[in-house]
Design a binder for this molecule. Sequence first.
Ligand SMILES: NC(=O)c1ccc[n+]([C@@H]2O[C@H](COP(=O)([O-])OP(=O)(O)OC[C@H]3O[C@@H](n4cnc5c(N)ncnc54)[C@H](OP(=O)(O)O)[C@@H]3O)[C@@H](O)[C@H]2O)c1
Length: 287
Amino acid sequence: MTHHGAGPILVTTAGKVGAEAARTLARQGTPVRVIARDPERATALARAGVDVVAGDLAGRDSIDAAMRDVTAVILVSPAIPAQEIAVIDSAVRAGVAHVVKVTSKASADSPIARRRDQAAIEDRLIASGLAYTLLRNNAYMQNLLMLGPAVSTTGGFGSAAGDGRIGMIDSRDVAAVAAAIVTAPEPHTGRTYWPSGPASLSYADAAAELSRVLGRPVTFRPLTFEQQRQAMVDVGVPEHIAHMNAQAVSLFAEGDSDWTTDDVPTVLGRPARTFRQFAEDHAAAFA
Ligand SMILES: NC(=O)c1ccc[n+]([C@@H]2O[C@H](COP(=O)([O-])OP(=O)(O)OC[C@H]3O[C@@H](n4cnc5c(N)ncnc54)[C@H](OP(=O)(O)O)[C@@H]3O)[C@@H](O)[C@H]2O)c1
């Protein structure tokens, strides 16, 4: 069954994945609504035909208002359990048909708080009785965009990833997978996918690709955990998020994210974007 256009798809936030998924749905004529804390910063989405509603996942009333008439949800946000669970509970009350949950390597006993939180949210979604699909994505290529200023000013970037390889995925493909599933959810009901890019590469490999695309050397400098954490704080990442991100990067060094799957081509019927494509499309951010 495909989406019959009775009511809109709700995309919970307008971040990297949410905004791209909403644009994709609007482009194909599917009614789509996003919640934005500041709709003034989402005018481009509104122009693209997305129904942008003011709201905050911290407030149950604005979630219920945004849920009105919704047929299916793409649940993507910073994954604060109380907030995402409030969305799940609201979806149950509204009789929503399907929830696509964007998640990561969720685990109740992970050393990383965010992964424990994701496990708690997944458990709640599964227990809710709603039809669901989990997208346990590998790390996003777009995480490297925060290194753009370092690449342009110092000719390289540092990371605590060591020589660990990562099956990193372009977040536009995560959005494409979420949009494809939410409009025709039936074959994906109750399934967990592990979307990844087409190849597993180290940060030194990524630096070499950036060198080729930019036509000048880009060097990779190994960092300690503490240097990694501080580097994120220095570019404005809040302390507790910088800590979790530095933990995840340090696990890269141990091979924690050295995996790829065929889930993107299986769902989309086309290959996942390569790191080369990502680098070409975002060259300006590193120039
Ligand atoms: N990055 C990775 O490598 C990676 C890999 C796998 C899975 N994930 C998962 O992806 C999710 C994060 O998604 P993303 O990378 O697309 O995030 P993102 O680009 O950081 O976007 C987060 C969005 O959430 C909005 N937001 C935050 N708090 C909100 C609230 N209380 N009410 C309404 N909107 C709120 C932000 O809006 P404002 O502009 O108002 O702040 C922003 O638009 C997490 O669940 C993470 O575990 C990430």
